[in-house]
Design a protein around this ligand. Structure first.
Ligand SMILES: [Zn+2]
Ligand SMILES: [Zn+2]
Length: 165
C-alpha cells in the first residue's frame, strides 16, 4: 500500500497519479487485472506513466458510447496469461494501432501504436484496482457528442496529444 512517488523520466502527468491501494512486493509495484470472463489475466511490474480519457471515434465503439480510460505503461513490464485477439486499424491520429481483446468475452484490454512499441495502454476497466487509473486529461474531445460528460476540472485536448515518448 502506498502512494506512487518515484519520478519517471520527467513526466509531468506522473506526479498527479496516486495509488491508494497499489500492491507492492518488497519495493516493487505490482498491478494486476483481467478480462470480464477471467480467461485473460495480466500483471504489470511498473508504475503507470499516465492515464487519459479518450473520446476518439474508435474509442466510442469500444466504450459503448462513452470515452475509454487508458493507462500507459512500459510494455516490457506487462505479462499476459491467456489468449488475445488483435484488431489492427489506423487511428484518427494516423497511427497504426493494435487493440487486443479476449475472444471469449470481448473485453478490450490493451492498445499499442505500432510506431511506439515501448508503451502499452491498458483499458482501465480491466484493472483489479481502478483507483490507480484516475485520468489527468481528456483527449479527442472534438470527436465527442454534444451530450458527453467531460470532467471540467481536467485539461482537454481536442485531438491527439503528444506521444508519451
Ligand atoms: Zn474474457
Ligand atoms: Zn481513443
Amino acid at each position: 500500500m502506498g502512494r506512487i512517488s518515484r519520478p519517471c523520466r520527467g513526466c509531468v502527468e506522473h506526479s498527479r497519479l496516486t495509488a491508494s491501494s497499489v500492491r507492492f512486493e518488497g519495493d516493487a509495484i505490482v498491478i494486476t487485472g483481467q478480462c470480464l470472463c477471467g480467461a485473460v489475466r495480466y500483471r504489470i511490474d511498473a508504475e503507470p506513466i499516465s492515464s487519459r480519457a479518450c473520446w476518439c471515434r474508435l474509442c466510442q465503439y469500444i466504450g459503448a458510447g462513452s470515452a475509454t480510460v487508458n493507462v500507459g505503461f512500459l510494455s516490457a513490464a506487462l505479462q499476459v496469461e491467456g489468449v488475445l485477439r488483435d484488431y489492427e486499424s489506423i487511428a484518427d491520429s494516423g497511427n497504426r494501432m493494435h487493440r487486443r481483446f479476449c475472444p471469449a468475452c470481448g473485453t478490450h484490454l490493451f492498445s499499442a501504436a505500432e510506431a511506439r512499441p515501448r508503451f502499452v495502454f491498458v483499458r482501465a476497466g480491466t484493472l483489479d484496482d481502478r483507483e490507480i487509473a484516475r485520468p489527468v486529461a481528456t483527449i479527442w474531445t472534438s470527436a465527442a457528442p454534444s451530450w458527453a460528460c467531460i470532467d471540467a476540472t481536467l485539461p482537454r485536448v481536442p485531438e491527439q496529444p503528444l506521444p508519451l515518448g
